[in-house]
Write a protein that binds this ligand. Structure first.
Ligand code: SAH
Length: 248
């Protein structure tokens, strides 16, 4: 008999931003798998009666396979991700891994949504995502940089507000600076930019700047960068995008 696999988005970090469905899925699981930092984010929900398996940050395919194997073997499994598991998270890999199994061996899968970083950051900044926006990852780990930059140009030209994920990490230090150079070709230097680090955690930091003055060193591994569009204004300490859109 096959078991079940819940692919769970834990939200941006703190317990206050987890959904009840996410908490139930982790509590009900017999096996909980995830990157060690995500397991820490739900350590209050797990206990000695569960098998908690932690893995390193890069080992995503292995983690998906381990989770699917345990579920196919009959266990109730929770595979945890930060934010939303479907957004730069584990849901895609998990579903692809399940689909590769013969139908009779496939566990039932449930994807449990979570608050993604863009939304958690936007709430701290005010209302920058009030109209159309795009999420982009600046990571070139799974795509050539040329493809990342082509998408950045397309959304920059479309005047969408941008939420830039993975702006910087220990091994990737130049991508945000290059993205800034591209964006100033399309948007004025005084375009408001907000950097939010550790949204939803005790260590939350919010910085307001502009495209002209954005310093890539302000971003880290847990930063999401929100870049305004033509209808985004700085109102005191808030970034607010107007609901109405002028004629072209
Ligand atoms: N699945 C996650 C995203 C994983 S990609 C989600 O839906 O949020 C990892 C990137 O997400 C980080 O580089 C950072 O850009 C962003 N991120 C994750 N947690 C964050 C947090 N608490 N505050 C700000 N950005 C965060």
């Amino acid at each position: 008999m096959t078991g079940t696999l819940a692919v769970v988005g834990l939200g941006p970090g703190g317990a206050a931003h987890r959904t009840r469905a996410a908490e139930d899925a982790v509590r009900d699981a017999q096996v909980v798998l995830g990157y060690q930092a995500y397991l820490m984010a739900c350590a209050d929900l797990t206990g000695p009666h569960q098998c908690v398996l932690s893995s390193g940050i890069g080992a995503e395919q292995q983690r998906a396979e381990d989770a699917v194997r345990a579920a196919a073997g009959g266990a109730r499994v929770a595979l945890v991700s930060s934010g939303d598991a479907g957004i730069y998270g584990m849901a895609s890999l998990a579903l692809t891994t399940v689909a590769a199994l013969p139908p009779a061996q496939r566990p039932a899968v449930q994807v449990v949504p979570g608050i993604t970083a863009a939304v958690a950051a936007a709430a701290l900044l005010g209302a920058p995502l009030a109209r159309d926006f795009a999420c982009l990852t600046l990571s070139d780990a799974l795509a050539p940089w040329e493809a990342v930059e082509a998408r950045l140009r397309a959304v920059a030209a479309a005047d969408l507000v941008l939420a830039l994920y993975n702006p910087r990490s220990r091994g990737r230090s130049w991508q945000l600076g290059r993205a800034r150079e591209v964006l100033v070709e399309y948007r004025p230097g005084d375009t408001p930019v907000g950097l939010v680090t550790d949204a939803g955690r005790d260590s939350t930091q919010v910085e307001l700047t502009t495209l002209a003055t954005l310093d890539p060193a302000q971003a880290g591994m847990h930063t999401v960068v929100i870049v305004g569009g033509t209808s985004t204004n700085r109102l005191g300490d808030w970034l607010v995008t107007a609901r109405s859109l002028g004629a072209l």
